[in-house]
Design a protein around this ligand. Sequence first.
Ligand code: ATP
Ligand code: MG
Length: 316
Amino acid sequence: MRRCLDLARAAAQTELPVLILGESGTGKTLLARAVHNSSKRSSAAFVSFNAAALSDTLLDSQLFGHDKGAFTGAQKAVKGKFELAHGGTLFIDEIADLSPVAQAKILRAVEYGEFERLGSERLQVADVRLVSATHLPLVAYTETDRFRKDLFYRIGGITLTIPPLRERSEDLRALVEAEISAASRQQGKTVRGLSRPAADVIFSYPWPGNLRELKRVLHAAIAMTDGDSVPREAIALDVAPRRLAASAEAASPADGGPPLPAEPSVTDRGPDADLTLRAAEARHIRLVLDKMGGNKRRAARALGVSRSTLDRKLGT
Ligand SMILES: Nc1ncnc2c1ncn2[C@@H]1O[C@H](COP(=O)(O)OP(=O)(O)OP(=O)(O)O)[C@@H](O)[C@H]1O
Ligand SMILES: [Mg+2]
């Protein structure tokens, strides 16, 4: 990670295009902004667009803008992302998702710095510094012709690869501490740290969703914590017990501890799932209560709340 940040700092001082690779949730979007903020262009615009969300029909007008009357409903001229980023940084997120048509159009714009607005013959020029990111294996994509090699070379002046969180065990401790104190402050709590069993789970889990998942789990845990340390039961990870047990075993073979009860992922609950915090809390309470064989006193202790708080939350 330090190597990656050193390279990012050096890259920011240049005008070279930067390509950021890394698994989902590792902080690519954040790093793209950081590169801009520490570059000479920091006082100019940082314009981002998400290639995954772009259809070919929207592409032209989104990227290159359009003139008044270019198509039905085009009542005024609109600037595209390239023009808006003039003098600054253009961030193309999820660049591996660009269609072949989009790749060709972007190549022309970045190669020559020239493009036309839709419905206009006039050539526009934009001076942009390009930063791109993807969680997909872009190099492999160029080998199978899913991604143009010429565009790949154009966007990858300097490649920054962010390591996954599971390879940043030294960072994890600091990140957890920082996130707990931020979440605790935001939620008006006085949580100071993790209980031993909670720490065992946090530090042996492989974090496939990286920093995004870590943040989500810790903020939810703080919401479930009333005392000054996070109980293990407040750590709700969307994993099968088998997987957690395996990773715990790998980390400390002598003391794997019993696996957490499996909590099905909310994203697997279908489109009509109740995603409110209140519903998540109710689900978690039911889970813990089940685990404690319906014993409310033990459930309350495990949840880190008083018996009367639990009764109130259960509506009894
Ligand atoms: N070093 C860090 N410290 C604290 N929070 C971080 C750090 N890096 C990333 N985050 C946070 O983690 C979350 C995910 O970061 P980000 O959106 O940049 O990831 P990403 O790699 O772009 O993910 P995706 O591939 O899904 O687009 C964000 O909430 C971000 O603020
Ligand atoms: Mg991102």
